[in-house]
Design a protein around this ligand. Structure first.
Ligand code: ADP
Length: 489
């Protein structure tokens, strides 16, 4: 099937370039701006206001005022209706949002449109759940009535990465709004456009001004100012382990609860009794989807020695056919998001070549693409489990294959890192697969499938992959405090 291609002329309306605070587009007080780059061309895409302490203070104060103002009077069902309306508005403008996303981060338009469907599903799940979050009654005995009430935690901070810019906004903002919180969003400096456009649609959907605020800017100034603001009562962050540590320390100073979804180096374990066709098909998307810039990618392929060659042959055959190009051209893979990310992925590939691992596929720039942060789909095999390729998150289209002989060996390699986000196992023996599921150290374990789940299923990491869970009903509980009411009769 040939996919439709797009051009800048398909964009409707201007690119957003200002903060959206308290229902208004505003610049930074000091007039500072930064440039967001189109990673397909390395050219400047837009100039965007660069927020800092002052802009964050205005945004958080607006959110705080509204937390104790009009917004408090919306019933949970009314909040749900607004979120449903927001989903409808975004759906109606899915193409505009998808083009923003594609220009900002490089992903193919078909992927951006898929992300937008996910955003709408996330909004609708949380909209429907808004009036179903119930407290409980506690049996203290005949002389007492004791029950719990759920209350919004207050102003919440949402610090978002660039790999799924609007998807990550929706994942934490939808449950926060369903719970009755107000929000301040700090999109990643690489990808501010869709978050800004989203804020305006919140206003159109009928959210009172000040409930949803977006301040664009960099982590060290805008992000840090948001984390440390005394009126912020909860923080949700998705990003790197290193930044997660900083945010956790900052939150500790203010004793603020956090939800952190950090990195992963997720083992996909393929046993000798697996459906190899299924596993290779899943590994293609697992390793190369979104150009590998996915926390839950299948970033370590652990292959039983006896099927290693057959599996890699199937994977390499498919991967060699993947097309790479500009997001607007709707190829299978777009560029990496930034020059920093490109340099990082290149350095892993170059070091991998020297580490003794065998390069099975790719490793260079795709032919004909001399500009833009493009990397060929790359497969390394025979990777030493102690090497950087096998231990560190690459966040690029680089599949890393290791081999094992026994179940115990596979488990030891899988659990041998600090990460614990996702793990998966492929086997036709369900008892064997469930034994792995029990023993794997990860927040999610997938059996005979990859990227299983959606807005309904809780996700998150253990160990250095994070704190707390998002999605599902646990995702909404992050934004609710439990108040206990005790009555003596
Ligand atoms: P990456 O290194 O892949 O860009 P980060 O984890 O550094 O990922 O960034 C994810 C998000 O965290 C971005 O919105 C970024 O601006 C923000 N961020 C980075 N550093 C800080 C910080 N010190 N405090 C708050 N937010 C930060």
């Amino acid at each position: 099937m040939t996919m439709r291609t797009y051009s800048r002329a398909d964009l409707v309306g201007p690119l957003p370039g200002l903060h959206f605070i308290d229902g208004r587009w505003v610049g930074s007080g000091d007039g500072r701006t930064f440039e967001t780059i189109d990673p397909s061309t390395e050219a400047v895409l837009a100039s965007v206001a660069r927020g800092g302490v002052r802009e964050m203070d205005v945004a958080v104060n607006a959110a705080h005022r509204e937390q104790h103002g009009d917004w408090r009077n919306f019933s949970p069902a009314q909040r749900g209706q607004l979120i449903f309306k927001l989903a409808d508005l975004i759906e109606a403008e899915a193409e505009r949002f998808a083009l923003f996303e594609t220009l900002d981060v490089g992903k193919p338009v078909k992927e951006s449109l898929g992300d937008l469907r996910g955003v709408c599903a996330t909004l609708r799940y949380n909209a429907g759940a808004a009036d179903k979050m119930e407290g409980s009654t506690i049996p203290l005995g005949r002389d007492f009535v004791d029950f719990t009430m759920l209350e919004p935690v207050g102003v919440t901070a949402h610090i978002v990465p660039w790999n799924y810019p609007l998807g990550m906004v929706a994942r934490s903002v939808a449950p926060a709004l369903a719970a009755g919180c107000t929000v301040v969003i700090k999109p990643a400096e690489q990808s501010p456009l869709t978050a800004l456009a989203f804020a305006e649609l919140c206003q159109r959907a009928g959210f009172p001004d000040g409930v949803v605020n977006v301040v664009a800017g960099f982590g060290e100034d805008a992000g840090a100012a948001l984390v440390s603001h005394p009126l912020v009562r909860g923080i949700t962050f998705t990003g790197s382990v290193e930044t997660g540590r900083k945010i956790y320390s900052g939150a500790a100073q203010g004793l603020k609860p956090v939800v952190l979804e950090l990195g992963g180096k997720n083992p996909m374990i393929v046993m000798e009794d697996a459906d190899l066709e299924r596993a290779a098909f899943d590994a293609l998307d697992g390793a190369f989807g979104n150009s590998g810039q996915v926390c839950s990618s299948s970033s370590r392929l652990l292959l039983h020695r006896s099927i290693q060659e057959e599996f890699l042959a199937r994977l390499a055959e498919r991967a060699a056919k993947l097309t790479v190009g500009k997001g607007l051209d709707n190829c299978d893979l777009g560029p990496l998001v930034s020059s920093e990310q490109y340099a990082k992925v290149r350095s892993y590939i170059d070091a991998g070549g020297k580490s003794g691992a065998k390069l099975r596929l790719g490793g260079g720039r795709p032919r004909g693409l001399d500009v833009g942060y493009f990397v060929e789909p790359t497969i390394f095999e025979g990777v030493d489990p102690t090497s950087a390729l096998a231990r560190e998150e690459i966040f690029g289209p680089v599949a890393v294959a290791l081999s094992f002989g026994t179940d115990a060996e596979a488990l030891a390699i899988a659990n041998g890192l600090g990460f614990g986000l996702v793990a998966g196992v492929y086997s036709r023996d369900i008892s064997r697969a469930l034994t792995f599921a029990r023993d794997l150290e990860a927040g999610s374990v997938w059996i005979n499938g990859w990227f299983i789940g959606g807005v309904q299923a809780p996700t998150g990491g253990i160990k250095e992959s994070g704190v707390g869970r998002e999605r599902g009903l646990p995702g909404i509980r992050n934004y609710l405090n439990i108040k206990n009411i005790g009555i003596r009769l």
